[in-house]
Design a protein around this ligand. Structure first.
Ligand code: TYD
Length: 207
């Protein structure tokens, strides 16, 4: 069985840390995997990423943004994810389609159907086996990292936007009850990591 695990959540929620800890766990336990962050993971997708996140691209319309995320994703799926799943590897992604639902569909207001239809071309039915949602509200996450630093175009969108992103994720939890699992991530990062590993083991997604 091929296993495809995605990590999701608001900025600064700890999903990058947790996805990296899981990657290290798989490395140590000798389980073959492919790991990437989105947007990115291929040379072309990284180039698209720099266009999307460029602070000078303030004129970018929401539809263009959604299409660019889908384009970066399409390249990643065809070039890396599908071959890796075919080889029987575990795929771990830091962000995937649910980010487009939370950010572009809910927070930007493009709507679920628009984002789903754009991504239909990119996805080729390649949906995650399980999505690990780090449930940390944006107020807590930004306070943790010392406020919004405006590192890129999306971060600059402000707290109200990120509040909508969070609400979007909560709605997605209802929409995908079988594959969406949330972790509060309020304790020590290693304790959270252990809880995630335990969950994934219990479901036979990893060893
Ligand atoms: P990144 O610096 O990787 O943020 P983070 O560390 O929080 O993951 O930048 C990715 C940004 O792109 C982030 O703000 C979320 C956003 N994003 C979307 O809006 N839609 C998407 O489909 C994806 C994959 C990311």
């Amino acid at each position: 069985m091929s296993v495809f695990i995605t990590f999701e959540g608001c900025e600064g929620c700890g999903k990058s840390t947790q996805s990296r800890l899981l990657k290290e766990y798989l490395e140590k336990s000798g389980q073959p995997f492919f790991y990437a962050r989105e947007p990115g993971g291929t040379e072309i997708s990284e180039k698209i990423r720099s266009i999307i996140l460029d602070k000078d691209n303030g004129l970018m319309v929401d539809e263009c943004e959604a299409l660019l995320y889908a384009a970066a994703r399409c390249q990643l799926i065809k070039e890396k994810i599908l071959p890796s799943l075919d080889r029987g590897e575990i795929v771990i992604l830091d962000r995937y389609i649910h980010s487009s639902f939370a950010y572009q569909a809910y927070a930007r207001g493009l709507g679920y159907d628009f984002v789903a239809s754009v991504n239909k071309f990119a996805l080729d039915n390649c949906m995650p086996t399980v999505t690990v949602f780090m449930d940390v509200p944006p107020e807590t996450a930004f306070a943790r990292k010392g406020g919004i630093d405006g590192a890129d175009r999306i971060e600059l969108a402000g707290l109200e936007f990120h509040r909508k992103v969070y609400e979007g994720y909560l709605a997605l939890k209802e929409k995908f009850p079988d594959t969406f699992v949330s972790f509060k991530a309020d304790g020590n990062k290693y304790q959270t990591h252990e809880k995630i590993v335990e969950y994934l083991k219990q479901n036979n997604y990893i060893k």
